[in-house]
Design a protein around this ligand. Structure first.
Ligand code: MET
Ligand SMILES: [Zn+2]
Length: 775
């Protein structure tokens, strides 16, 4: 490169892409169902990109390359896979006549087909966003198989916006990959670095030719401790950016959201990249010595939190920017992470109190904050008024009613060790066996059944007031009866009520507890076309009345089989809400734990013998640095135990986790002390049973045998095979049979078939076990 263009003084690391009214979700779901064609999908996607560019430009991000090119049809990691040709062999050749992986190939990788399992999905760092895990082996044949991001850049440019194309960087891409099924044992995807770099380089050259001035290579894996030795990663980073800076290319920004770079900062500083983003919100301002290494590069200071929704403490951010400036560096302002993790715009939430709204910043407000702070850098006086206002608002929050409830705090202060412990497992196991009398390999589901359009429309009508609360209650009861009858018919051993009354497993509790508020338009992408609407936990938490008890009591009245009560655990309630940042998370978690403890006591009193407390997010909040993990696991496990330890010996406490890298936190899962734990396992083909075996996990466990994230129906033979693997590693007396997760996102057609296969496969395996024990 001859002269490096100036990096925009104000920019965002990334922006939501699902559409302000979830237009992308609607368009891709319509495309999948065949009701619109590819051209219409393309039009909808372009419209979202244009609306974003116009909006961000209006908010003041109007320098070249300030607008992040972070639009994606489904996932940013899948985007790389489809650009560099990383297709697992089970898909066959997905390239079209032009040799490209087009949109159909793209969605095939994401969603699978009747015959082929899709790519596995896992969480993106410590967020609730899921990416599609690349599968890389010695056989993966890398080449440039798509130019979609170049075309997206050209489209924006033709409309007057020079955006900053975004790619997950090569080191992060390979560190997030898993070895393909064809790879030999011990194969490391990182060993293919030399083979993907030329493809990245080709893409960068194409972007430069299209007129891109800057490109962003996102390397969040560099702030997380990895299994691989740090020296290996340092070499990979040095090599990558040696190769990528050598050819024809735009200026390169490497972004490192989610924490501090530590040992990798000097490596990036020594490379020829043009700008380095550091997360100075969750991470820290690098030391003076580290900053000195960055001389000659632009430092993009991520001082505005991209991951939570609180209004920025502009005075604190200004002080951080001063520290960068004092080192004599060229400084630009940005967010700590992409704002894809927060909703679009607080101003859309007119139902929230003006007071609460004044405490919040969604993506658009964050853009404005970044612009204010960039103005501060140029002329501190120009931002004085905005900084004073932010300081005053933050002070008013601390004093607002409900933020601090003395009764809640007194109850927490009075807790003793006994409040966190149940009887020994053997005692509970005996009491529960007698109370429940279940067959071997008991079958159950994870809680929710498909949320039909009738259910959604009933809820919408109840919210609008066109039906009464009582009418809504009747409709939900009719649905519960239908779901109970269906489970009886299929032959399940432990039933659920199906959760029709819950719009969302966290929001439902948020709506019924004090201390939370909910949004109307605050959707955040969770994976693909799926969005969640996190609640806002802003005050001390209390439960004013029982929440789930009447539904559970009704469901149990319909059957002689045990009905599982269904609650969401404290860690998950925190993880999937936007949580107050003014006290330690452990304190907030214990407040929620106490509310759930009271609910469990009420469920027991109503005759419910099995109570599941879901903690699917336990893994998600695990800190990215080993040094921070012990204290996290301590408070998170304790809050679950506080919620559940009041249950009697004969009450079976279940928990549900939905991820499959189980090994990392198996001690913590053990520490939850649940009687039965169900876990996701189908997509990763039962890998977790190895961890269970190695660990010697001693209580009940249900590794999922039905991947509910995809519409495909697992055949009875497939389920039998998975169970066959499970019984080889886990004692039969501990094993439960269940799907990977709840069924709410599925349709009835595939769900019913799959569940019948699951129950019939279990019967088959039970019979096999009987004959083999007779032999
Ligand atoms: C994401 S975990 C979901 C658990 C919940 N009980 C359900 O079945 O939907
Ligand atoms: Zn789940």
């Amino acid at each position: 490169m001859s002269t490096t263009p100036v990096f925009p003084t104000a920019s965002l690391l990334g922006y939501p892409r699902i559409g302000r009214r979830r237009e992308l979700k609607k368009a891709i779901e319509a495309f999948w169902s065949g009701s619109i064609d590819e051209a219409a999908l393309d039009t909808a996607a372009k419209e979202i990109q244009l609306v974003t560019a116009r909006r961000l430009s209006d908010l003041g991000l109007n320098e070249d390359a300030a607008i992040p090119g972070t639009f994606s049809y489904y996932d940013q990691v899948l985007d790389v896979s489809t650009h560099i040709g990383a297709v697992p062999s089970r898909f066959g050749d997905l390239r079209n006549a032009a040799g490209e992986l087009d949109i159909n190939a793209y969605f095939t990788l994401a969603r699978g087909t009747a015959e082929v399992q899709p790519l596995e999905m896992t969480k993106w760092f410590d967020t609730n966003y899921h990416f599609l895990v690349p599968e890389i082996g010695p056989e993966t044949n890398f080449s440039l198989t798509s130019k979609r991001i170049v075309e997206q850049f050209e489209f924006a440019k033709a409309n007057g916006f020079v955006t900053r194309p975004y790619l997950v960087g090569p080191v992060t891409y390979l560190l997030l990959s898993k070895a393909s099924l064809d790879a030999p044992a011990g194969f490391s995807p990182l060993s293919r670095l030399e083979d993907i770099l030329p493809v990245y380089a080709e893409l960068l050259a194409a972007l430069a030719a299209a007129g891109a001035t800057w490109v962003q290579l996102d390397e969040p894996a560099l702030v997380a401790d990895q299994q691989v030795d740090v020296a290996v990663i340092q070499n990979a980073v040095a090599r990558s950016y040696e190769v990528l800076t050598a050819g024809k290319r735009p200026a390169i920004l490497v972004s490192t959201p989610f924490g501090a770079l530590n040992e990798l900062l000097p490596t990036l500083a020594a490379s020829s990249i043009d700008a380095l983003h550091v997360d100075a919100f969750k991470g820290a301002v690098p030391s003076a010595d580290e900053l000195a290494l960055l001389a000659g590069k632009t430092v993009v200071a991520g001082v505005v939190d991209g991951h939570n929704i609180w209004r920025n403490d502009l005075a604190a951010s200004a002080a951080r920017l001063d520290a960068f400036k004092a080192a004599g560096l060229s400084v630009a302002v940005s967010t700590s992470t992409s704002t894809q993790h927060v909703p679009y715009d607080v101003e859309q939430e007119s139902q929230l109190s003006p007071q609460l709204r004044s405490w919040l910043a969604f993506a658009d407000q964050k853009a404005a904050e970044v612009v204010t702070l960039a103005a501060y850098l140029a002329d501190p006086a120009s931002a004085a008024h905005a900084i004073a206002e932010a300081t005053a608002v933050i002070a008013s929050r601390a004093a607002a009613p409900g933020v601090n409830r003395p009764a809640v705090r007194a109850r927490l202060a009075a807790l003793t060790t006994a409040d966190f412990n149940r009887s020994a497992y053997e005692v509970r196991e005996a009491a529960q066996e007698e109370a429940l009398a279940l067959p071997p390999l008991p079958t159950t589901t994870i809680g929710s059944f498909p949320q039909t359009s009738e259910i959604r429309s009933a809820r919408a009508r109840a919210n609008k007031g066109t039906i009464t609360g009582a009418e809504y209650g009747q409709l939900m009861k009719a649905e519960i009866k239908r779901v109970v009858d269906l489970q009886e018919d299929i032959g399940f051993d432990v039933l659920v009520h199906g959760e029709p009354e819950r719009n969302d497993m966290v929001q439902y509790f948020a709506e019924n507890l004090e201390g939370f508020s909910v949004t109307v338009h605050g959707w955040v992408q969770s994976y693909g076309s799926r969005c969640t609407r996190p609640s806002i936990l802003w005050g001390d938490v209390t439960r004013e009345a029982p929440i789930t008890v009447e539904w559970a009591r009704y469901a149990q009245s319909l059957t002689d089989k045990p009905m599982k009560g269904m609650l969401t655990g404290p860690v998950t309630i925190l993880a999937w809400s936007f949580v107050r940042d003014d006290q330690p998370l452990g304190e907030t978690a214990n407040q929620v734990g106490l509310a759930l403890r009271d609910e469990i006591a009420d469920l027991e009193a109503a005759g419910i013998k099995i109570i599941q407390v879901d903690e699917p997010a336990l893994r998600e909040l695990l800190p990215l640095r080993h040094a921070d993990q012990a204290s996290y696991l301590d408070w998170s496990v304790n809050s679950f135990r506080l919620a559940t330890a009041g249950a009697g010996d004969a009450t079976s406490i279940h928990t549900h986790l939905c991820y499959s890298e189980f090994g990392v936190i198996i001690d913590a899962i053990d520490g939850l002390d649940a009687d039965v734990t169900s876990i996701e396992a189908a997509r990763s083909r039962m890998e977790v049973v190895n961890d269970l075996e190695t660990h010697g996990f001693g209580r009940g466990v249900g590794p999922g045998v039905y991947d509910i994230h995809s519409p495909r129906v697992p055949g009875q033979g497939e389920v039998t095979e998975l169970l066959g693997t499970a019984v080889k590693h886990v004692p039969v007396r501990q094993l439960w049979v269940n799907p990977d997760c709840g069924l709410k996102t599925r349709g009835y057609a595939e769900t019913e078939k799959s569940l019948r296969n699951l129950v019939n496969a279990t019967k088959e395996v039970r019979a096999q076990l009987l004959t083999s024990s007779v032999d």
